[in-house]
Each structure stands twice: as C-alpha cells, then as structure tokens.
Design a protein around this ligand. Structure first.
Ligand code: NAD
Ligand code: DAU
Length: 361
C-alpha cells in the first residue's frame, strides 16, 4: 500500500467525474477519504451531468471545473495550481452505438485527449522531481480484446488486443499509449480493463437504464440481432472499490482486468429486468413487461461475447466483487424508481433524435 501519512492527503484530478462511473467513483472516494482534495474536470457532454455530484458541491475540498481534456493549457494549470498527485481518468466518449454513427469525437476525446493528459502529467511529474507516490489511473474497457466465441476462455491481461468498433479501437490505442508512457518515461500509469457496468446515474441510452425507463413509460424494449450476445456485468460500486485498490497499490505499470463473473445473454438480462420491474414497480403501465420486448436490427460489427478473468486482481490485491447480479439489478431499479427527477429531463429532443438514428421510427 502506498505511503500517505495521516497529514499527507491525496490531491486527485478526476476526469469525466460527472459521468456514470466517474461520479460513482468521486462519491466513493470522498466517502472513504473525506479529507482528500478532489478536482473533477468534465466538459459536460450529453453524458455528463452536474447534478450527479450535487451531494459534494458544498464540500470545501471539492472543486468542479468545466473543461475539456484536450485543452493542454487548462490541464497544465490545474495540475500545477492544485498540486495534483493522482489522476483518475474516466473522461471519454463511451457508447459503441454513437461511435458507429459519428466516430470523430471518439478519436478527438479518447485518443487526443488522453495523449494531452499524459503529456501534461509527464511534465508535471518531472517538474515535481518524479515523486514515487504519484499515479495516473487509465480506466479502460474489456472491449479492447474483441469478441469471444461461446467456448473461448475469458479475457486475461495477456489476451491480444483485437478491437472491433471505433470506440474500442480508440480505447485500445490509448491503453497502448499509457503503457508506453510507463515503459519509456517511467510515468506511474496503471490500466484497468473492465466489463459492462450497471448501477445508479447510468445515462438512459445504455441497455439497463434504457430497459428500466422504457418499462416505466410503456415503450418497446429493443434487443439487437438474435438477442444471444453475452456481456459480463459488474455493479458500479464493485468497480469503484477495485479502482481504489489499484490506485493505492505500491507498484505502478500494471494492467488489471475487472469483471463480475456474471455472463448473461442480452435477452435473458432484459427478461430478468422485466420480471424484477413487475415486482418492484407495481404502477408500470404494461404488465407483464415482457410483452414490450422488441427484436430490432443488429448493431453493426456487434461483438458476440465478452468475459473477464479477474484472477490477477483477486489473488494479488484481494479484490472481491460484493454484489450479486440480482441484488445489483434490484438496487439499480429502485434507484431509477426513486429518481425520476434525474432521468426525466434527460429524455430531451436531442435524446429522441439520437434514438431515431439508432432504432428508426
Ligand atoms: P459516460 O459516457 O457516462 O461519462 C463520460 C464522462 O466524460 C461524461 O461526464 C462526459 O461529459 C465526460 N467527457 C467526455 N468528453 C470529455 C472531454 N473531452 N473532456 C472532459 N470530459 C469529457 O461514461 P462511463 O460509462 O462513466 O465510462 C467512464 C469510463 O469508463 C470511460 O473511459 C469508459 O471507456 C470506461 N468504461 C466504461 C464501462 C461501462 O460499462 N460504462 C466499462 C468499462 C470501462
Ligand atoms: O464492455 C464494456 C463496455 O460496456 C464499455 O466499455 C462501454 O463504455 C459501455 O457503454 C458498455 O458497452 P456496450 O456496448 O456493451 O453497452 P450497451 O449498454 O450499449 O449494450 C449492452 C449490450 O446490449 C450489447 O450487446 C448491445 C445490446 N443492446 C444495447 C442497446 C442500447 C441491445 O440489445 N439493445 C439496445 O437498445
């Protein structure tokens, strides 16, 4: 474990801290280390929402900066002014479907933006005399490994990269850059490759929140292709605890795979959500909700199966995900039931235009 004494608090820059995982992580960190200084940098795209961090806004050691990770002078200034020792990098364009429609933003933010962050951090770390306790956490995805067949073993940290979408290709390229910065310049980077997350504050266009919200609105539940694609689901709180452990570990320069050991076919997942919603949301307009399941055109280049082998972090660092899929889905559904004020305003005209592009009429 890294040596931060009682008086020596961390100073974190959390990029993309107003998005789904970034905001869960920011709250998680503040809860466990309330004296640490936390700076969230977020440009607030459609996926970023200032309301995600309302509970922290009045804390003295919290600061929100609206800005772009591609803005080198801004990053440089923030690292220096706040004397940042830890970067937790979540900011990204994160949705495969959007990367198929408009890949440009994925190259700009994910590739160029991460390069700028790494360069800025390199400069800052050198200027500060290369402190041993500085860290740059690059939060990445299992999608960089490509697609598995039904009987293939799960992805390990040594599985060759084979990205299939503009999104996963952009993440793969910057995983390589973060790795290269460690090997070339000794910049203390750590990379995590995580499977599909679910939980609170998840933007409505991704499969789980989309299904919950559409059930509440009595709208069709779109399932792509032959519906048998498999994803390995991890509750977002378990992802946050894994990231905390890797930030605190002694040696940088490593990669860790993170997953929940929950491989589920898409149709089974949507059916499970329908059954749980029938139980938890007695007022939803269509019952049983299963009637709303609708088979739609497949996503282009749709990866068949993802599965994560998380043995390395479990054995080396003792991380164990706590949430079962049923328990995690129940918590998630309850959150969407209790927080209509959060998601209703997100179903804007822009959101409807996006939905129309993906699903047609
Ligand atoms: P998200 O889309 O919900 O949030 C992304 C955040 O980044 C938003 O707040 C957005 O405003 C911000 N952002 C985008 N471009 C920016 C820019 N140029 N400058 C500053 N901020 C910018 O994404 P998420 O699902 O929370 O994912 C967070 C990270 O975790 C991403 O890097 C993603 O690749 C990775 N990841 C996600 C999952 C998942 O299941 N969601 C799984 C594994 C890895
Ligand atoms: O695997 C990790 C990745 O998980 C992250 O890197 C991404 O940032 C995150 O968005 C997520 O990507 P997916 O493409 O897997 O997430 P999504 O929720 O869009 O889709 C999950 C599965 O459900 C996928 O097989 C596609 C399918 N799907 C999705 C939507 C939106 C449907 O069948 N219908 C839909 O309407």
């Amino acid at each position: 474990m890294l040596n931060f004494s009682a008086k020596q608090y961390r100073k974190l820059l959390i990029t993309g801290g107003s998005g789904f995982i970034g905001s869960n992580f920011t709250r998680h960190w503040h809860k466990n280390y309330p004296s640490d200084r936390v700076i969230v940098l977020d440009v607030l795209t459609y996926a970023g929402n200032r309301k995600n961090l309302t509970s922290l806004e009045d804390k003295e050691n919290f600061r929100f900066v609206q800005g772009d990770i591609c803005d080198y002078p801004l990053i440089d200034e923030l690292l220096k002014e706040e004397n940042i020792d830890t970067v937790a990098h979540f900011a990204a364009e994160s949705h495969v479907d959007r990367s198929i429609l408009e890949p440009d933003a994925f190259i700009k933010t994910n590739v160029l933006g991460t390069f700028i962050l790494l360069e800025s951090f390199r400069h800052h770390w050198n200027t500060q005399g290369k402190p041993e306790n500085y860290r740059f956490l690059h939060v990445s995805t299992d999608e960089v490994y490509g697609s598995l067949k039904a009987d293939d073993p799960a992805f390990t940290e040594t599985t060759p990269y084979a990205p299939n979408s503009p999104y996963s290709a952009s993440k793969a390229s910057i995983d390589n850059l973060a790795r290269a910065y460690y090997h070339t310049y000794a910049i203390p980077t750590i990379i995590t490759n995580c499977s599909n997350n679910y939980g609170s504050y998840h933007f409505p266009e991704k499969l789980i929140p989309l299904t919950c919200i559409n059930i509440l609105l009595g709208k069709p539940l779109p399932v792509y292709g032959d519906t048998q694609n498999i994803r390995d689901w991890l509750y977002v709180g378990d992802h946050c605890s894994a990231l905390e452990i890797v930030i605190n570990k002694e040696n940088p320069g490593e990669t860790y795979n993170l997953g929940g050991d929950n491989q589920v076919k898409n149709l089974d997942l949507v059916t499970m959500l329908c059954d749980l919603m029938d139980e938890l949301a007695p007022d939803s307009p269509v019952k049983p909700a299963k009637q709303l399941i609708t088979f739609v055109k497949d996503r282009s280049g749709h990866d068949r199966r993802y599965a994560i082998d998380a043995t390395k972090i479990k054995t080396e660092l003792g991380w164990i995900p706590q949430e079962t899929i049923e328990g995690g889905l129940k918590k998630t559904i309850q959150w969407y039931l209790d927080n209509k004020d959060w998601w209703q305003p997100l179903l804007s005209r822009e959101y409807k235009k996006y939905s129309h592009k993906v699903y047609g009429s």
